[in-house]
Design a protein around this ligand. Structure first.
Ligand code: ZN
Ligand code: ZN
Length: 155
């Protein structure tokens, strides 16, 4: 991914800096969904001085280039994941510890296509985020860190 990002920057006449490449590297190496803060923290453990503004600007470029996907799980901040070659997937997020799990289910793919058809639509894409409590947190009795969006609550 770092090489592709380098090519992207060159193509767009943007400076290729060690800081920018380092942000791309952190995301390329991680299978997780990282916040800008987590990325900045990771960079500081690598003894790289990258300001938060630079992290944000670089993330913007990475998203524009299609190498990174931005996620909003209604936590009050965004998360970022490498686009990889991973197919479309959905997310489960723990409202207590913030753990994000990925899943893919063919039934859901079929269901959303059918639902769209029912309403006279041709489905292009959809997004599903399930807010809940992971098994670890339930066992440890951890309290919620934030409230999931209202509209997504149980019926
Ligand atoms: Zn949890
Ligand atoms: Zn994901």
């Amino acid at each position: 991914m770092t090489e592709t990002f380098r090519a992207y920057l060159r193509e767009h006449n943007l400076p290729i800096t060690a800081q920018r490449l380092a942000v791309a590297e952190v995301l390329a190496e991680s299978a997780r969904h990282l916040s800008a803060e987590e990325i900045a923290r990771e960079l500081s453990t690598r003894r790289l001085r990258v300001g938060t503004a630079t992290v944000y600007r670089t993330l913007e470029l990475l998203v524009k280039s299609g190498l990174v996907v931005e996620r909003d799980f209604s936590e009050g901040f965004r998360r970022y994941e490498s686009a990889r070659d991973a197919p479309h997937h959905e997310h489960l997020i723990c409202t207590r510890c913030g753990e994000v799990r990925e899943f893919r289910d063919e039934r859901l793919e079929r269901m959303t296509t059918l639902l769209a058809e029912t309403h006279g639509y041709v489905r292009q894409s959809h997004r599903l985020v399930i807010h809940g409590t992971c098994d670890d947190c339930r066992q440890r009795g951890v309290r919620p860190a934030y409230s999931p969006p209202r509209a997504a609550g149980p019926a």
